[in-house]
Design a protein around this ligand. Structure first.
Ligand code: ZN
Length: 369
């Protein structure tokens, strides 16, 4: 039986934002951080791979790299003018385009590789070579708009992968579930008028971007109803995430009947994340993974692909990621979250607040009524 495929490439960990700390350069002004000044550092991702090496889980996965996304692949999502500007700046040693997307020399090629790893993972599932697949790559992709990179995302990895697979005749209906703590604004924008692509984002309300992610953005034209935003209150934890998954995400996917389920898998809803204020544990991610695997089994012969997005805690992301990959591979090789009891004891008492309950009822009425 086909195994869980794991797409990664050491070069992907070499993507660098240079001397940069969000709004000011760190070089020469203050002591540089070990991570180089950018929260989106290689360490959070490399340490997940390292932990899987040490526990032995890597040996149970079908690990491989992939070809970079081609120019044709990139052009299906991004305008020529943006790709040219990005490539020229990358060739000139790097710089920054858009908002919070610094890159060093060679950043264009590394971003194309990151998109290629996502494409490789999706193809491996659609072509039946893998039971399911995970792409551990950087830079991430879910914030990137066609012509405006933002939030560490330089190319839309999932947009590129999905449109390439469609062009190759490999897939029709695709459901994207984004559980990164930030809104999947790029994926939403790319598929906002596409009725064949259901985009769902669970995110901390008013985190990033500040002006997107409202529950009343539901898709446009023929795609009305094919975008679901679930803005969660800060502090939401295990129970709230599972409630949102059970009440909205699972029934919406059952209605949509996708040919494949794609997850924008960010780990920044972790209780330790510096860029989120949520209370998820590794068990939260494992349980959400179990749920989407069950949905995939029921709806699309188990076809499930995940692309790594955000997650900035060097100590917690590896355990959360290990829990997801262990589930995907149905493995007994575990690396239990060392903080799970501490975090469980500190989950919010209120299952949800009143405003959140009302929003869930509204979403149920609109999308599932
Ligand atoms: Zn994020």
């Amino acid at each position: 039986m086909a195994r869980t495929a794991f797409f990664w490439d050491e070069s992907s960990f070499w993507h660098s934002g240079g001397n940069y700390a969000l709004t000011m350069p760190v070089g020469g002004l203050v002591q540089p951080l070990a991570a180089g000044g950018l929260p989106e550092s290689p360490e959070t991702k490399r340490r997940l791979k390292n932990l899987m090496d040490v526990t032995g889980l890597m040996g149970e996965l079908d690990a491989q790299s992939a070809a970079s996304a081609s120019q044709d692949d990139l052009r299906r999502v991004h305008p020529e003018s943006y790709l040219r500007e990005f490539k020229e700046m990358s060739d000139a040693g790097g710089g920054e385009l858009g908002l919070r997307t610094p890159f060093a020399g060679g950043g264009f090629e590394l971003a194309a590789l990151s998109a290629g790893l996502a494409k490789g993972a999706l193809y491996s599932v659609l072509e039946g070579r893998a039971r399911n697949a995970y792409a551990l790559s950087r830079p991430p992709g879910h914030h990137c708009l066609p012509d405006w990179p933002n939030g560490f995302c330089l190319l839309s990895n999932l947009g590129i992968a999905i449109k390439a697979a469609r062009a190759a005749g490999l897939v029709g209906r695709v459901a994207v579930v984004d559980w990164d703590v930030h809104h999947g604004n790029g994926t939403e924008a790319i598929f906002i008028d596409d009725p064949e692509t259901l985009t769902v984002s669970l995110h901390q309300e008013h985190n990033y971007p500040l002006d997107t992610g409202d529950a009343n953005v539901v898709g446009e034209g023929k795609a009305k109803g094919a975008n679901i935003n679930l803005p969660l209150p800060p502090g939401a934890g295990h129970v709230t995430y599972l409630e949102a998954m059970e009440r909205i995400v699972a029934p919406a996917l059952r209605r949509f009947k996708p040919d494949v389920i794609v997850i924008a898998c960010g780990f920044d809803a972790s209780a330790f994340d510096p860029l989120g204020r949520m209370m998820a544990t590794a068990e939260t991610f494992a349980e959400m993974t179990r749920m989407v695997m069950e949905l995939a089994d029921d709806l699309c012969d188990g076809r499930l692909m995940m692309a790594h997005e955000g997650g900035y805690s060097e100590v917690h992301v590896p355990f959360c990621g290990h829990a997801v990959l262990q589930q995907m591979a149905s493995s007994t090789t575990a690396a239990p979250d060392p903080w799970v009891d501490t975090l469980k004891a500190r989950q919010p008492n209120a299952r949800v607040n009143a405003a959140f309950s009302e929003m869930l009822r509204d979403l149920e009425a609109f999308h599932l009524g």
